[in-house]
Write a protein that binds this ligand. Sequence first.
Ligand code: IPM
Ligand code: MN
Length: 357
Amino acid sequence: MNLNIALLAGDGIGPEVIDQAVKVCDAIAKRYNHQIEWNPALTGAAAIDAVGEPYPDSTHTICMAADAVLFGAIGHPRFDNDPSAKIRPEQGLLKMRQKLGLFANVRPTFTFPSLLEKSPLKRERIEGTDLVFIRELTGGIYFGERGRKDNGNTAFDTCTYTREEIIRLAKMGFELAQKRSKKLCCVDKANVLESSRLWRETVQKMEKDYPDVEVSYEFVDAVAMRLVQWPNSYDVLITENLFGDILTDEASVISGSMGLMPSASIGVETSLFEPIHGSFPQATGLDIANPLATVLSAAMMFEMAFDLQEEGSTIRNAVQKSLDDGVVTEDLADGGKAYKTSQVGDYLAKLISENTI
Ligand code: IPM
Ligand code: MN
């Protein structure tokens, strides 16, 4: 298969972790006889420095032409500490989501048996956790009407959803639940918010088309609590943009390391795959960042964008073996030998090329 992949390394540790994912994908391409065309493009602070904006048109053109986008991370502390900055790397992310129509952010949370002790939560609470959030990504309060009134002394942001936006997101949730344990949780705040009532009403109407899926409706505050008490009672969860932003950060704690969690943003024009962690500026250039979340995002890319399931599971097997063999970066080394980012990438690529996994 010919695969045209846009490569957006971004800022901080982005380029380092992306390099490892490229090694892994190239090894997969060789083993399974695919041809990958990598098309690098600028984004984030790196793009602001080069051309003055975080998601330039040239990058958008490359993404639109690609079969998938592999993304590192964006963000730079120089913008965080300057509230008056007019242009910020994060604006690039939002613009990219909107222009590529990336409406569904799929964030799995799972545990690796060998890493259970890494989680701040007790082993018996998290053992067996394997859930997936599908967060709506191009609507809600992130993109609603906003502004200031009263000479700047009153501010407002609005949360708006259309029935169509809810249907296309919920459809993904129902379909994913059908492939998994057939449990779907719709997370909302329907006891207070009108937009949540539309979510609930819409999802309830869809239930009859998926009679095999058992749907529960839970308020976001209760989910925030149950997520850390009984995470393994959840399977697929669907929710609006801001609730999803908050809950998926919370869920990432369950696994014990943010450095392991991948994500996919499914879109109208194309789909994008990225680790859930940020640009980790303190570690930039040190070759210490954990590349596994990006590598696992590449596995999701093979599975979801190209429907190449075996390629995806070979990557997952390589990741599992590197964890079992202790070939891990310092965040997971636990007093043992800490390997460099690049060494972990080399090890994974070698495992894949040797056909032993
Ligand atoms: C995320 C991030 C972004 C968001 C920020 C950087 C705009 O937190 O991808 O979850 O809030 O969506
Ligand atoms: Mn977030």
